[in-house]
Design a protein around this ligand. Structure first.
Ligand code: SF4
Length: 242
């Protein structure tokens, strides 16, 4: 599957269908259900974890089980509901024993994530946990960069800890609430970034960064290329969330 191929998908449902019948990597052999993702196909905010766990594999849905319940309660703090956002993972099938996905598996699955980002065109990508953050921001460090608003091409990246980390270490709960409450601000930054690029006054890649240590560079590439197909009315819809 090349990038040529994935542009043929015209809807989130089409991508989901392709994911459910996918045999592009060995994870197809051990999955119960593939987990394409779930939520609004026009979401301003997209959450991306690393891969499905056991509950997700059994149900074919992302972030169910205890970590999913915690994510739901965090969303309520914004306030947002699952139906307002889109939630997916870097790899769509569960790695056995919850091991990290292999680089080849990530590469095989990446066209699905890229196509989802292209079609949904979120203003903000919230990565859940270290591994997912590193896919978009390889120089990042989750202990420093969680809760930071980082420009990523024409979008905003907001890395937060994985909910499973807060289940293991309840002291992270407060941090996660603080970080996720930055979503409205991140959406506003994302909309400004998009409108300034439409007006031809696009910001330098790191201009929207905050609390950035001087030694850290902004992402040099847009890991999630935008298809700039949304107009001002979409902007208003996305702002009306908050
Ligand atoms: S992980 Fe991705 S590439 Fe591998 S079988 Fe599942 S959907 Fe296909």
């Amino acid at each position: 599957m090349d990038s040529q191929h994935h542009t043929n998908w015209e809807s989130i449902e089409q991508i989901a269908g392709a994911v459910r019948s996918c045999t592009r990597c060995v994870l197809a052999e051990t999955r119960t259900n593939a987990v394409p993702g779930d939520g609004s196909p026009t979401a301003a905010v997209m959450f991306i974890g690393e891969g499905p766990g056991q509950n997700e594999d059994e149900q074919g849905l992302p972030f169910v089980g205890r970590a999913g319940k915690l994510l739901d309660s965090l969303l309520e703090q914004v306030p947002l509901q699952r139906s307002d956002v889109f939630i997916t993972n870097v790899v769509k099938c569960r790695p056995p024993g919850n091991r990290d996905p292999e680089p080849g598996e990530v590469a095989a699955c990446m066209p699905y994530l890229e196509a989802q980002i292209d079609l949904i065109n979120p203003r903000v990508i919230v990565t859940l946990g270290r591994h997912s953050m590193l896919r978009f921001y390889p120089q990042g460090k989750i202990s420093n960069d969680h809760g930071r608003i980082i420009s990523l091409g024409s979008r905003i990246l907001l890395p937060i800890y994985h909910p499973a980390a807060a289940l293991r270490n309840p002291r992270l709960n407060e941090t996660m609430v603080r970080d996720i409450k930055r979503i409205p601000e991140a959406v506003r930054e994302g909309l400004m970034l998009q409108s300034s690029s439409r007006e031809g006054t696009s910001q330098a890649p790191n201009e929207a960064q905050d609390q950035a240590p001087a030694s850290q560079d902004a992402p040099s590439t847009d890991a999630a290329p935008a298809s700039e197909h949304q107009d001002d009315s979409d902007d208003r819809d996305q702002m009306s969330l908050f």
